[in-house]
Design a protein around this ligand. Structure first.
Ligand code: IMP
Ligand code: MG
Length: 191
């Protein structure tokens, strides 16, 4: 901020501490592409879109409207225990699915795959429930910190560099989920 400029000039969406990585238009266009691919792959199947709360809520809402098929939705909420900032891989289910997934074609919808440990545990948990298939869609893939290199992502919005991103559902300490774009926090100390 230049001297004499008041922070009152900025809003949440124009915060100068955020650098836009993907605009609302870029995200919308990519979700339409993913929706077309999923529509083609799941024709004639019994699709349930499982959103992982809270981060995937915005992507989940847009993705379902890009899939031109009969489908149902469900949600899970998990907490990853973090050791400092590192994911430890221990996952506690805070909210389980509302309906059984036996014989269903499950598409787990995530906001971002980082180390991959949260999803690995979540997929382990879902694996024992008799689904016909379980696949994974993520808006963002941050491959560099990946610990579980075997984790297979079936649908990816964007592959991003190893930076902390917010917006479009992703948060920093609960904030910024409502940004209509995906941005990089330039100085985390200024959050
Ligand atoms: P992991 O794949 O187990 O390391 O954890 C993934 C979870 O960590 C995601 O679902 C997000 O909630 C969170 N996360 C990882 N990277 C970021 C980021 O850049 N911004 C916001 N949240 C992130
Ligand atoms: Mg998440």
């Amino acid at each position: 901020m230049s001297p004499g400029t008041s922070s009152m000039e900025y809003t949440e969406f124009t915060d100068p501490n955020l650098e836009i990585l993907y605009s609302p238009e870029q995200i919308a266009a990519r979700i339409v592409e993913l929706g077309r691919q999923i529509t083609s792959d799941y024709t004639g199947r019994d699709l349930v879109l499982v959103g992982v709360l809270k981060g995937s809520s915005v992507f989940h809402a847009d993705l379902m409207r890009a899939i031109d098929l009969p489908l149902t939705i469900d949600f899970m909420a998990v907490s990853s225990y973090k050791d400092g900032t590192k994911s430890t891989g221990d996952v506690e289910i805070l909210k389980d699915l509302s309906n059984p997934i036996r014989d269903k074609d499950v598409l787990v919808v995530e906001d971002i795959v980082d180390t991959g440990l949260t999803l690995t545990r979540l997929l382990d948990i879902l694996d024992s429930r008799g689904a016909n298939s379980i696949k994974l869609a993520t808006l963002l893939d941050k491959p560099e910190p990946r610990i579980n290199k075997e984790l297979n992502i079936d649908y990816t919005g964007f592959v991003i560099p190893n930076k902390f991103v917010v917006g479009f559902g992703l948060d920093a300490a609960g904030r910024y989920r409502n940004l209509p774009f995906i941005g990089v926090v330039k100085d985390p100390e200024k959050i």
